[in-house]
Write a protein that binds this ligand. Structure first.
Ligand code: NDP
Length: 446
């Protein structure tokens, strides 16, 4: 009976959103793992809680016109999905990438609800972005695009209503342009965006937070099983914000990163990837990863990013994008002796890949829990903005570490309580869901 409630809600979601495969994938994964909770709490079904939680509170789709450097008019599509505000203002990043569509923004926004809840901080779930491609654009083009994007978005967001941040293609530069335009339109200086620069309200550690947080989480998970990063060989996909700071923290924890990638290919550096060099090439100079191989002797470059999972490692940290690690790659990792996987990107492993990891007892840290350090530190930035104070690096880093340890504890305890010991996928979904569900129950049918 209760089983059929969950299944019938998923059927409705499928019928209502037939062209949204990523969104359906994310919903199915969460709903499946909530079955034991729904069984224990029949009042959730009576209150139509699942039907409500899978439907965004509000979705905004808008035109973003701008003029490129040649004087040509360009038109992109902008999105903001305000998914759930039961426990706080909507919070979630903006993604600028040509693959962005409603399905991707909805999958990210849906996952964000539970991730934000897991942090223990008062933030609801949302996500946004555009199909704009920042690659190869001049600073002037990026600025004009960001200004046009904010010229519509500003009327839907605010420090107590919806606080966007960065994601793929949106880093410090873009947040700066977006913030400048918001302030100009509203004539109001408020913490409406996070990931801001340190001179205008940003928080120390926000840049590093997702990568650091991922390593803190994985460290908790593997230490609970008597393992550690010390002496471990690590592969990290991507070379953007999350990947770079995961690299820095892995090295600090005594591990060795032997491969990294971008969307064109991957490098293998048996001596261990040099953080300073990689950061300069990717973050400061915005060049391709191929140039890392050219700059350091003994490094190989391979075309095509999917091959990175064939590199032998103890720990794999997929930090690029959704569905980048499939069944074949998962099997390859397992066959090569990989014993832990931590998801830095959102939904980087396909459902089949996750099944292979769980079946083979690979210690698996799902994105919702493992990459929550970014949004948690964003919430700390919001607190500092409200208090008009700035905490030191050490203070924020200590809070981040504590939050990640807390998330690990909540996810593993929930998994155990509901009969799925060591399954952090189920544990994270349940722990994240329960807080939101209780808040929604208390607030009536809204
Ligand atoms: P960046 O834009 O800084 O970096 C993205 C990296 O992934 C780049 O190396 C990029 O390569 C690569 N990449 C992007 N799209 C693809 C693709 N389709 N195929 C292969 N490689 C790709 O983004 P972030 O580091 O901020 O985000 C990475 C992941 O982490 C995303 O899933 C994001 O949602 C998630 N995340 C980010 C948070 C944050 O705080 N930034 C917080 C929580 C999750 P190239 O340069 O060639 O495009």
């Amino acid at each position: 009976m209760t089983m059929s409630y969950v299944d019938s809600v998923f059927e409705q979601v499928k019928q209502r959103n037939p062209n949204e495969p990523e969104f359906l994938q994310a919903v199915q994964e969460v709903l499946e793992s909530l079955k034991p909770v729904i069984h224990r709490h029949p009042e959730f079904a009576e209150a139509g809680l699942l039907e409500r939680i899978v439907e965004p509170e509000r979705q905004i789709i808008f035109r973003v016109p701008w003029v490129d450097d040649r004087g040509k008019v360009q038109v992109n599509r902008g999105f903001r999905v305000q998914f759930n505000s039961a426990i706080g203002p909507y919070k979630g990043g903006l993604r600028f990438h040509p693959t962005v569509n409603l399905s991707i923004i909805k999958f990210l926004g849906f996952e964000q609800i539970f991730k934000n809840s897991l942090t223990g901080l008062p933030i609801g779930g949302g996500k946004g972005g555009s199909d704009f491609d920042p690659k190869g654009k001049s600073d002037g083009e990026i600025m004009r695009f960001c200004q046009s994007f904010m010229t519509e978005l500003y009327r839907h967001i605010g420090a107590d209503c919806d606080v966007p941040a960065g994601d793929i293609g949106v880093g410090g530069r873009e947040i700066g342009y977006l913030f400048g335009q918001y302030k100009r339109l509203r004539n109001c200086y408020e913490g409406v965006l996070t990931g801001k620069g340190l001179t205008y309200g940003g928080s120390l550690v926000r840049t590093e937070a997702t990568g650091y947080g991922l390593c803190y989480f994985v460290d908790e998970m593997i230490r609970a099983k008597g393992r550690s990063f010390a002496g471990a060989t690590v592969v990290i996909s991507g070379s953007g914000n999350v990947s770079l700071y995961a690299l820095e923290k892995v090295v600090q924890l005594g591990g060795k990163v032997v491969a990294m990638s971008d969307s064109n290919g991957y490098i293998v550096d048996p001596a261990g990837v040099d953080f300073t060099l990689m950061r300069r090439i990717k973050e400061v100079e915005r060049r391709r990863i191929k140039e890392y191989a050219a700059a350091k002797p003994g490094v190989e470059y391979h075309e095509g990013c999917a091959g990175i999972w064939s590199v032998k490692c103890d720990i794999a940290l997929p930090c690029a994008t959704q569905n980048e690690l499939d069944e074949r790659a998962a099997q390859q990792l397992v066959d090569n002796g990989c014993w832990a996987v931590g998801e830095g990107a959102n939904m980087p492993s396909t459902p089949e890949a996750v099944e292979i990891f769980l079946k083979n007892k690979v210690l698996f840290a799902p994105a919702k829990a493992a990459n929550a350090g970014g949004v948690a530190t964003s919430a700390l930035e919001m607190s500092q903005n409200s208090m008009r104070l700035s905490w030191t690096f050490a203070e924020v880093d200590a809070k981040l570490k504590e939050i990640m340890a807390g998330i690990y504890r909540k996810a593993s305890e929930a998994a155990k309580e509901y009969g799925y010991e060591d399954n952090l996928v189920v544990g994270a979904n349940i722990a994240g869901f329960l807080k939101v569900a209780q808040a929604m129950m208390a607030q009536g049918i809204v």
